[in-house]
Design a protein around this ligand. Structure first.
Ligand code: SAM
Length: 271
């Protein structure tokens, strides 16, 4: 796939934030152990209310909203390539929303105390360039907190979705991810910052009834590169519905899908 096709697939995935919201809700509500990414990143590096903060790939802006509600007084900036996400950031009181890419941040150098890049580096066409940008916009002593998934997450649901896409004669490749994951990001951060501290979180999604799994699987279609307007989409959705209901009819236990991520913290140490 060319760089242009990759960026187009990522843009299509986030043209609407609705599938992302469905996936976030499933992780918050259906995880085997409590899954609180916000607490995990705040554990990684203290976010003082006075800090100037940028959230790269801010998505639904949920993290920025939580900071705003908590009474943040420093600068809060959300950056995203998706206009839907920029709009979400701008709707948060006291928050700037900027359209731009991690590989070319529309920000001056040395301007932030904290940079978050949560669940986004695996969508970036040039991750090393993004990390150089992260370092550039931080003040000396500033901290970058990055979150990426393990190499394989929810393999059973993803495998099922990809099989049904392939059954329609379409490419079932994961067209919006670049291969960055929990194991290969820390060396890149070490190369960019000269330091990295990584914490691993292992968990599973547990679906005890078919409805939530159907909803979650449909929200994975865009992850697998099937855009909402694809003519094959209704057939794939119908097949997923039938297959998931048949699975719950024939199996007693809940559907269990392993998942996990790492939180990595790197500090800009130079002056
Ligand atoms: C999986 S969502 C994560 C959203 C949010 N950080 C969270 O943890 O809920 C990935 C986000 O990164 C954005 N994104 C993808 N590529 C990007 C890039 N090169 N620069 C900035 N944002 C990007 C997407 O538009 C999307 O909003």
């Amino acid at each position: 796939m060319s760089q242009g096709e990759f960026l187009t697939a990522v843009a299509e995935e986030y043209a609407s934030l609705d599938p992302l919201k469905v996936r976030i809700a499933a992780h918050q509500e259906l995880s085997e152990f409590p899954d609180d990414v916000e607490a995990a990143v705040l554990d990684g590096a203290e976010c003082s209310p006075e800090h100037d903060v940028v959230d790269v790939g801010c998505g639904t802006a949920g993290f920025l909203r939580a900071r705003s509600v908590a009474g943040h007084r420093g600068r809060l900036v959300g950056i995203d390539t998706a206009p839907s996400a920029v709009e979400a950031a701008r709707a948060v009181p006291g928050t700037e929303g900027l359209l731009g890419s991690a590989t070319e941040l529309p920000l001056p150098g040395g301007a932030f105390d904290l940079l978050y890049a949560r669940h986004m580096l695996y969508h970036v066409d040039d991750p090393a360039k993004a990390l150089a940008e992260f370092r550039r916009v931080l003040r000396p002593g500033g901290t970058a907190v990055t979150v990426v998934n393990h190499a394989e997450v929810v393999p059973h649901a993803t495998g099922m979705v990809r099989e049904e896409i392939a059954r329609q004669g379409l490419d079932p490749g994961m067209r919006t991810v670049n291969g960055i994951h929990s194991d290969n990001l820390p060396p890149l951060l070490e190369a960019a910052f000269g330091n990295v501290r990584t914490t691993r979180y292992d968990n599973s999604l547990i679906f005890s009834e078919p409805g939530r799994l159907v909803e979650f699987s449909v929200a994975l279609l865009s992850v697998c590169g099937l855009p909402p307007e694809a003519p094959e989409r209704p057939a794939v959705v119908s097949a997923l519905h039938d297959r998931i209901h048949a699975w719950f009819d024939g199996n007693r236990g809940p559907w269990r899908d392993p998942k996990g991520y790492t939180v990595s913290v790197s500090v800009r140490t130079d002056s």
